[in-house]
Design a protein around this ligand. Structure first.
Ligand SMILES: N[C@@H](CCC(=O)N[C@@H](CS)C(=O)NCC(=O)O)C(=O)O
Length: 373
């Protein structure tokens, strides 16, 4: 939904409120100034939630009343969001859904997953079908504004890449002149490709599909010379190809793709919760606290920062509308960032993806959590 639609709905709502307040038929008594003032409130709803400050919406209350979180995910991206042999959702993004559930309910299993294609994902969020979108989604200015969405802290710093057959002789972007390139619609990928190829004067034909299965299926059938998406997506899907070793990812990086959770605009409390759940996983790693040692650390610590993280002092959770053991639950039941990364993408997985930019700032990476205090 665009901001204009929000605004329009806001005006309708305000008129409704004024009509109700004035007993009907006297809507004009509020005057234009009154309307203007209330519209600001409508754009940042203040109903429900545990806090009545402007910008606090009803998402947390809705989720608590329902008894579980509804998380929009990818179902076709091994390592990030996919369904395993037992029919369970697994992956790095999926674990962040579990982390939010753990923070709210103290139980990581209180999640219902909604598989979404790239094209469907924002509508599902806008219409309230899902509470949060955690599906390899890139933060861009247009999405942050026009779509009525807010992007929480980046969980995975990525960039767009290109996968080709090893025996194709293609080693750089310029070799793709005249090539057919498979790409998913509704993605930043489609747009970056057009921009980057135009900038280099490379002529190519995009072959566009809606899902990753279709994109990589077409590539495998030889209907495209190359396939492009986030490098994480290429690494993930490469292992699903018949002979992964027959395919290489070119060195070139076409874009910046910061991936992270997305929420609707207008509910700052919910936005804060999602952000701080991510920061709790970063902080756990920064402090060396993980799912295995968290109970021990909690029992023995004298460190005021650790105490605040684990709910022993400062009532940090209450400020978010959660229990003070919110971050303890995230780390205990899902893990810190390093554990989530290793479990889904590390050396013990088929992906063996180096941390690179996704290292803690303490190790020279970009992950940096604001202080929990
Ligand atoms: N990060 C990019 C790309 C995300 C994306 O959806 N990539 C495709 C790669 S083919 C994908 O995951 N498709 C899976 C699907 O739609 O089922 C974005 O936010 O637009």
């Amino acid at each position: 939904m665009s901001k204009r639609v929000f605004y329009f709905l806001g005006v309708l709502l305000v008129l409704g409120v004024l009509l109700a307040a004035c007993g009907g038929g006297q809507a004009s008594s509020g005057g234009p100034e009154a309307v203007k003032t209330v519209i600001v409130t409508v754009e940042a709803p203040s109903s429900g939630g545990s806090n009545t400050a402007a910008g606090y919406g009803t998402t947390l209350k809705t989720v608590k009343d329902r008894g579980y979180l509804i998380c929009g995910v990818n179902a076709q991206l091994p390592g990030f969001g996919y369904v395993d042999d037992q029919g369970n959702y697994k992956g790095f993004d999926v674990d962040y859904c579990h982390a939010v559930a753990a923070a709210i309910f103290g139980d990581p299993s209180k999640v219902e997953f909604r598989p979404l294609t790239a094209k469907e994902r924002f509508t599902a969020l806008q219409t309230g079908e899902i509470d949060v979108l955690i599906r390899n989604t890139t933060w861009t200015l247009t999405r942050d504004t026009d779509l009525g969405t807010n992007f929480a802290a980046t969980t995975f710093y990525d960039g767009q890449g290109i996968l080709v057959r090893k025996d194709s002789g293609i080693t750089k972007l310029e070799d793709l002149n005249g090539a057919k390139i498979c790409v998913a619609t509704g993605t930043t990928t489609e747009l970056n490709l057009a921009d980057q190829m135009a900038a280099r004067g490379i002529d190519y034909t995009p072959v566009v599909f809606e899902t990753a299965d279709q994109v990589f299926g077409a590539y495998e059938e030889g209907r495209c010379d190359a396939v492009t998406t986030d490098k994480s997506g290429l690494v993930s899907r490469r292992v699903t190809l018949k002979n992964p070793d027959d395919h290489i990812i070119l060195d070139a990086t076409l874009s910046k793709e910061p991936l992270g959770p997305v929420v609707r605009q207008g509910d700052d409390q919910w936005y804060d919760i999602i952000n701080w759940v991510v920061f709790a996983t970063f902080t756990g790693e920064e402090m060396g606290i993980n799912s295995k040692n968290v109970d021990d650390v909690k029992a023995k610590t004298d460190d005021p920062n650790v105490k605040k993280l684990l709910g022993l002092e400062g009532e940090m959770g209450q400020k978010l509308g959660l229990g003070d053991d919110w971050a303890y639950n995230v780390i205990k039941y899902v893990g810190n960032y390093a554990e989530i990364y290793e479990r889904n993408l590390g050396p013990g997985t088929p992906f063996n993806l180096p941390r690179g930019l996704n290292s803690s700032w303490k190790d020279g990476g970009l992950l940096y959590a604001p202080p929990i205090r």
